[in-house]
Ligand binder design. Structure first.
Ligand code: G1P
Length: 292
């Protein structure tokens, strides 16, 4: 499917990363040599997305700037003959058309997606959450887009997690209709592990349709005052099918400090220029640690 628009909810305070995220949006914290959000935008672009809609907030406009041109910097680099860096900077600025909409109150993920409705038009669109970083080719969101084209229905990414972990995620119940594809029968946000309907956790990749926006617009806030995307999808079940599928690539949970570090180490180890040296450095560290 030609998935042209993708929504990136980036309005949160990033409290789990304080104090690093006090003045810098947590989405711009680097993983090796790129800001975290760039990995996620690159995944969408690799699946054919042309327009990135950032649902953002006060103090976070540096995210839009990152994907804009920076003519002063380009001139500086050009004048000094730094061709390679100039190419890198230009490439990020040319990657995607940028739209920013504001989420003026922190009322949840469903509310964030709704803020993008005026610029979404009548087509299916992607939603990608920056806390989930998925590295791989083909792009994970492209797999969801394929299934959305086949079925004409919204599609969400899922992954098996341990029963103890399911309470951190949205969870689906459904029947597996082909390998790694489920027709969803129910969804529940962050269930108590004792009552979770499955161990299939929703990972932050969605291909949604205008029907989901309509359902979200009618979704009341939960007990915490948030409009949940999971609840909007549950309500969409009343109007038509919803599918879930597994996805290609390696997924990192970059939503907390420890897993962010793991993402940094693993991505660094795979880095074409830095990987080999970094591996030797880690090996040295371990050898030294063993000796002491
Ligand atoms: C959000 C969704 C949840 C999903 C998760 C994936 O939760 O509400 O359904 O499983 O993203 O990362 P959050 O992690 O923002 O609390």
């Amino acid at each position: 499917m030609n998935l042209r628009r993708a929504v990136f909810p980036v309005a949160g305070y990033g409290t789990r990363f304080l104090p690093a995220s006090k003045a810098i949006p947590k989405e711009l914290l680097p993983i090796v040599d790129k800001p975290a959000v760039q990995y996620v935008v690159e995944e969408a672009v690799a699946a054919g997305v042309e327009t990135a809609i950032f649902v953002t907030a006060e103090g976070k406009s540096a995210i839009e700037d990152h994907f804009d041109r920076n003519l002063r910097l380009e001139t500086f680099l050009a004048e000094r003959g730094k061709r390679d860096l100039l190419d890198v900077v230009r490439q990020v600025g040319a990657m995607v058309q940028v739209v920013a909409v504001r989420q003026k109150e922190a009322l949840g993920l469903g509310h964030a997606v709704l803020q993008a409705a005026p610029v979404l038009g009548d087509e299916p669109f992607a939603v990608l959450l920056g806390d989930d970083i998925i590295i791989g080719q083909p792009p994970a969101i492209g797999r969801l887009a394929e299934l959305a084209l086949e079925t004409g229905a919204p599609v969400i990414a899922v992954m098996e997690v341990s029963p103890a972990e399911i309470s951190h995620y949205g969870c689906i119940a459904g029947e597996e209709v082909s390998a790694g594809v489920w027709r969803v029968r129910d969804l529940v946000e962050k269930p108590d592990p004792a009552h979770a309907p499955s161990n299939l956790a929703i990972i932050g990749r969605y291909v949604l349709t205008p029907a989901v926006l309509q359902a979200l617009a009618a979704t009341p806030p939960d007990r915490g005052g948030e409009i949940q995307l999971t609840e909007g999808l549950r309500r969409t079940l009343a109007t038509g099918p919803v599918y879930a599928c597994t996805f290609p690539g390696k997924r990192f949970d970059a939503g907390n400090k420890a897993d962010f570090l793991r993402a940094t180490v693993e991505i660094a180890l795979d880095h074409p220029e830095l990987g080999a040296g970094f591996r030797r450095m880690l090996e040295d560290l371990f050898v030294k640690a063993e000796k002491t």
